[in-house]
Write a protein that binds this ligand. Structure first.
Ligand code: C5P
Length: 214
């Protein structure tokens, strides 16, 4: 059986990794999994069932029931769900359960794109392509702010900026699988790069790896 070709994309929220990952998956005809949605779905299931967010045994049980096929970005994108997700994401038993499901997904042929915080370091450390997509906290907060305003909503830039920094802090400083670039990851700083430029940079890295693999 031919192995799956895995593209691991990590980085903080609002750095552009979601758009990039979806674009890459489409370009290469690969399956895509936004692993953040698996943490979000677990958190939402707990909230909907009126269960606590600080009980690891209960949260692990929920994590084991998450169906990767039914993850809906629109339903799970709410801010409070993201906050709750980053709280349960510190729990090793929750991570173990979700990482098992993510690894199973990564094996789909002909290839997969997984995006998250720990794909290149923990979930798929042997992936032939690892990208770490980042941007300054100011730029990321500005993008999120513009997105909300663009949809006709109201937003407070300072509150968003504080939120971006708090989420980074929680993700980078947790003991289990903290967010960090794998030693062999290619860094893509999109602070001053358009999504098209980031896509082109990613494409040349992927094409080079694909031809090494051929
Ligand atoms: O990327 P997204 O904002 O949807 O992720 C929500 C939260 O899930 C993150 O803040 C992070 O705490 C957690 N997460 C994680 N590992 C991943 C993906 C997401 O810990 N691979």
């Amino acid at each position: 059986m031919t192995d799956s070709f895995i593209i691991a994309i990590d980085g903080p929220a609002a750095a552009g990794k979601g758009t990039l990952s979806r674009g890459i998956a489409e370009q290469y005809g690969f399956h895509h999994l936004d692993t953040g949605l698996t943490y979000r779905a677990t958190a939402k299931a707990l909230i909907d069932a009126g269960l606590p967010l600080d009980d690891e045994t209960v949260a692990e049980k929920m994590a084991r029931e998450v169906e990767l096929a039914g993850l809906d970005r629109n339903i799970l994108s709410r801010h409070e769900i993201g906050e709750a997700a980053s709280k349960i994401a510190v729990m090793p038993a929750v991570r173990r359960a979700l990482v098992e499901a993510q690894r199973r997904f990564s094996k789909k042929v002909p290839g997969t794109v997984l995006d998250g915080r720990d794909i290149g370091t923990v979930v798929c450390p042997a992936a032939p392509v690892k990208l770490y997509v980042t941007a300054s906290p100011e730029v990321r907060a500005r993008r999120r702010y513009d997105e909300i305003i663009g949809k006709g909503g109201t937003a407070d830039f300072d509150a968003i900026f504080e939120d971006v920094k708090r989420r980074d802090d929680r993700d980078m400083n947790r003991a289990d699988s903290p967010m960090k670039p794998a030693v062999d990851a290619h860094l893509l700083d999109t602070s001053e790069m358009s999504i098209e430029a980031a896509f082109q940079a990613a494409q040349s890295i992927i094409d080079a790896a694909l031809s090494r693999n051929a």
